[in-house]
Design a protein around this ligand. Structure first.
Ligand code: NDP
Ligand code: 8X3
Length: 266
């Protein structure tokens, strides 16, 4: 039977755009109570309002930089206070979605920049373990509590210009696998959702605001949407409590592999 998320607490990192924002709206539509974090607070507030309009039982926002331990700990202290509010009907975190991350640059190793490499490892790898370590004490007492990490097909292979991003997402995959071993017996479910090409702000960030380069990534093909991902996240979190969706790869039909993309002529 589908698990209900009504009035359950769901924490989403990187909720200011793309997958995270769509997930806030989708979990909101299930009647969940949302704890949303990212660096852009104005964007988070808009997402929170949209989530409430979609049906969320509440949506709260707080600044979060997953690449900074002090910021993560402050964010989770804030989340804990919200969850432990005596007026809360279900004072447990039901779902943790480690989504914050992305790619910075597409340079070869020979031309790569330290700042880009550090940002990718900090957010996609260390961000996941930092947030999970801090939030774990909040999880676990509710049946079907889940940690869902956002990986990528980049964690399952490599492409030129993607060395560090692919390494980071491969790191996320191994962290997910280790966590599943470490949490065996706790009842907490651990999974990773690993998408292929999806049109969000991902490429705009990767190409440092160059909209033409970002558009080219999706030219002539039908990419995934943020809604495809959020729908899948809700599906993973609402499986019966004894079911763990371990690793799920989701790609557009037009993408057979990284560079193997079917593009219609303009
Ligand atoms: P977006 O750029 O639209 O969203 C990225 C989100 O991550 C934003 O909300 C951003 O918020 C947040 N974020 C980035 N760095 C940090 C940080 N240091 N601390 C807190 N939040 C941060 O892209 P997507 O929605 O596409 O990306 C979401 C996840 O999906 C990423 O992990 C990405 O690697 C992964 N992914 C994306 C794919 C795609 O093709 N789009 C495919 C496979 C995986 P803010 O800037 O406000 O902090
Ligand atoms: C994003 C998908 O193929 O651009 O994680 O690396 S890809």
């Amino acid at each position: 039977m589908k698990l209900s998320l009504e009035n359950k607490w769901v924490l989403i990192t990187g909720a200011s755009s793309g997958f995270g924002a769509a997930a806030a709206r989708a979990f909101g539509a299930e009647g969940a109570k949302l704890l949303l974090g990212a660096r852009r607070i104005d964007r988070l507030k808009t997402v929170a309002a949209e989530s409430c309009a979609a049906g969320a039982a509440g949506a709260h926002v707080h600044a979060l930089d997953v690449s900074n331990t002090a910021s993560v700990e402050k964010f989770v202290r804030w989340a804990r206070k919200k969850i432990l509010d005596p007026r809360s009907e279900f004072p447990n975190l039901q779902v943790l979605i480690n989504n914050a991350g992305g790619a910075h640059g597409m340079d070869t190793v020979a031309e790569g920049r330290d700042g880009d490499w550090e940002a990718m490892i900090q957010s996609n790898v260390l961000g996941v373990v930092r947030v999970t370590r801090a939030a774990l004490p909040l999880l676990g007492r509710a049946a079907g509590a889940s940690i869902i990490n956002i990986g990528s097909i980049a964690g399952h292979g490599v492409y030129e210009g993607g060395a560090v991003y692919c390494a980071a997402k491969a790191g996320e995959l191994q962290i997910t696998r280790a966590l599943r071993l470490e949490l065996l017996g706790s009842g907490i479910r651990v999974g990773t959702l690993d998408p292929g090409l999806a049109e969000t702000e991902f490429s705009l960030v990767r190409f440092k605001g160059n909209a033409a380069s970002a558009r080219k990534v999706y030219a002539g093909m039908n990419p995934l949407t943020a809604g495809d991902i959020s729908e899948t996240l809700v599906w993973m979190a609402t499986r019966p409590a004894h079911v763990n969706i371990d690793e799920l790869i989701i790609k557009p039909v037009d993408q057979a592999d990284f560079g193997k993309v079917f593009r219609r002529s303009e």
